[in-house]
Design a protein around this ligand. Structure first.
Ligand SMILES: *Cc1c(COP(=O)(O)O)cnc(C)c1O
Length: 426
C-alpha cells in the first residue's frame, strides 16, 4: 500500500503530507476522545431502535394522507428516546432547519406573546421568521413581539439583563446552541441548562426552545436533557448522517410538539397525517450513522484548526478548545486566502470536484460569497463544505465531512492551494 502515491495523485506534495501527518500525530488523544463520544452516542441510537422494535416493515413507503404510517411513528419514538424527550416530529415535510424552527415557534406562540433571544441576534434566516427584518408572514405580523439580550463581551449569557427582559408576555425563550456564522463561542449543553434553570426559576411556564443545528451528537447529552422544552434541527446536518435527503425535527414536551404539529399540518390533524414517501429507511439509517459521521466531521474541524493555527492564523474554536458544534472558522485576512481554501475543499469532493468555485453576489448578502460544496445532497452541510464572504476579516467557515479521511483530504488540498498561492510557507 502506497498512501503517499495516492495523495500525490491528487496533487498533494510530500511537504504538505509531512506537515499534515505531524499535526495528525499530535491529535491522537483528541481523536480518541471523539471516538469515545461516538461510541457512547452510537449505543444510545441502537438502544432506542431496539427498544422501539425497529423492523423492516418500518421502511415501507406510504402515500396520500399517510394515516397509520408505522415507520414514521416509530421513527418519531426513536428520536424522542435518543433525545430523552416525550415526543418528536420528524418529517420530510419539515423542509429545512429554518422551517422546523418556524413551525416550532409559530405553533407555540399566540398573538400578544413575546419571544426572547438571550444570545443577541439569532441565525440570519430567523430574522425574517421573527420579523426583525420586515417580512410578509413574520411572527411580528401575527402580533408576536420580540426582544433580545446581547451576550456579554466574553460570549456568555447576561443573566441580569435576561432576568430584566422576562415579563408577563414572554412565552418562549429561543436559545441558539451553535455560533452559526458569528464569532462568539458555541454554548455547551450544560451552559444552556444553567440558563434554562435560571429562566424557569423566574417564570416556571416559560417555554425554552433550543436551535440545536450542528450540535447533535457532539456531546453525550442533548439540550432536552438539560431542561429545554424543545430542541430543533435539520436532517441535512448532523442527525441525518448524510443519508437523509430532506427533513427537519422538533423534539420535546408532548404539548409543545402537538402544537407544532397542528401548525405543520392542520388543527385537528396534527401528527396523524403526512406520508413518509419511502424516506423512512434513509432517516433510520442516517440516524444510525450520525454519531460516527459527526465524529468524522469533528476530527476534520480539529485537524483544520491545528493546521491553520500552527501557520499563524486566527481559528475559532482554537486548536485545543473543547467543541460543542462541528463548525470551524479560519481567518485568512486576505481574499486570496479565502478563495484558495474553498477551491481546495471543492477539489477534494467526490461530486463536482472539477468545478472551480468563484465569489459571486448572492441575493441577500452584502458582499460576494464563495462556496465550496461537492455534495450528494444539495446544500447538505454535514458533507464537507466551506464558505466565506469576501469582506474583512476574510474568514472562511468550514464544516462537515461524511468521513474523517475525506475531511483530511479536503484540508490537505486546501493547504496545498494556499501554499501554491504563496500565502503561507511551511
Ligand atoms: C443551519 C442553521 C439554521 C437553519 O437551517 P437551514 O436548514 O439552513 O434552514 C438555523 N440555525 C442554525 C444555528 C444553523 O446552523
Amino acid at each position: 500500500m502506497d498512501l503517499e502515491t495516492m495523495y500525490t495523485s491528487f496533487g498533494i506534495s510530500p511537504q504538505v503530507m509531512d506537515f499534515g501527518n505531524k499535526i495528525e500525530e499530535s491529535l491522537k488523544e483528541r481523536f480518541e476522545a471523539i471516538d469515545a463520544m461516538a461510541e457512547f452516542n452510537q449505543l444510545k441510537v441502537i438502544k432506542a431502535m431496539q427498544d422501539n422494535r425497529v423492523s423492516e416493515a418500518h421502511f415501507a413507503a406510504t402515500t396520500g394522507y399517510g394515516y397509520n404510517d408505522l415507520g414514521r411513528d416509530t421513527l418519531e419514538r426513536v428520536f424522542a428516546d435518543v433525545f430523552r424527550a416525550e415526543s418528536a416530529l420528524v418529517r420530510p415535510q419539515l423542509i429545512s432547519g429554518t422551517h422546523a424552527l418556524h413551525i416550532a415557534l409559530s405553533g407555540n406562540l399566540r398573538p400578544g406573546d413575546e419571544l426572547l433571544s438571550p444570545n443577541g441576534k439569532p441565525y440570519d434566516t430567523l430574522e425574517e421568521v421573527i420579523g426583525i427584518r420586515e417580512s410578509a408572514g413574520s411572527l411580528r405580523e401575527y402580533g408576536v413581539s420580540y426582544r433580545q439580550v446581547e451576550l456579554l463581551p466574553d460570549g456568555t449569557f447576561d443573566f441580569e439583563k435576561i432576568a430584566g427582559a422576562i415579563n408577563e408576555k414572554t412565552k418562549i425563550m429561543t436559545i441558539q446552541r451553535s455560533k452559526g456564522y458569528a464569532t462568539r463561542p458555541t454554548f455547551s449543553v450544560n451552559q444552556i441548562g444553567e440558563l434554562v434553570a435560571f429562566a424557569k426559576n423566574i417564570k416556571p411556564d416559560l417555554i425554552c426552545l433550543v436551535d440545536n443545528c450542528y450540535g447533535e451528537f457532539v456531546d453525550d447529552i442533548e439540550p432536552t436533557q438539560a431542561g429545554a422544552d424543545m430542541a430543533v434541527g435539520s436532517l441535512i446536518k448532523n442527525p441525518g448522517g448524510g443519508l437523509a435527503p430532506i427533513g427537519g425535527y422538533i423534539v420535546g414536551k408532548k404539548e409543545c410538539i402537538d402544537r407544532a404539529s397542528y401548525r405543520l399540518s392542520a388543527p385537528g390533524l396534527g401528527k396523524e397525517v403526512g406520508a413518509s414517501l419511502g424516506l423512512n429507511q434513509s432517516f433510520f439509517q442516517g440516524l444510525f450513522l450520525a454519531p460516527s459521521v459527526v465524529a468524522g466531521a469533528l476530527k476534520g474541524a480539529v485537524f483544520a484548526a491545528n493546521i491553520y493555527e500552527r501557520l499563524g492564523f486566527c481559528v475559532v474554536p482554537n486548536g485545543s478548545q473543547e467543541r460543542h458544534d462541528i463548525i470551524q472558522s479560519i481567518t485568512f485576512g486576505t481574499e486570496e486566502g479565502v478563495i484558495a481554501f474553498c477551491q481546495g475543499i471543492q477539489a477534494a469532493a467526490p461530486v463536482d470536484s472539477y468545478v472551480v468555485p468563484e465569489p459571486w453576489d448572492m441575493p441577500g448578502y452584502d458582499a460576494p460569497v464563495i462556496m465550496a460544496a461537492g455534495a450528494f445532497i444539495q446544500g447538505a452541510s454535514i458533507e464537507l463544505s466551506a464558505d466565506g464572504p469576501i469582506k474583512p476579516p476574510y474568514a472562511v467557515y468550514f464544516q462537515g465531512g461524511l468521513t474523517w479521511h475525506h475531511a483530511k483530504l479536503g484540508i490537505l488540498m486546501s493547504l496545498q492551494k494556499v501554499l501554491d498561492k504563496g500565502i503561507v510557507k511551511l
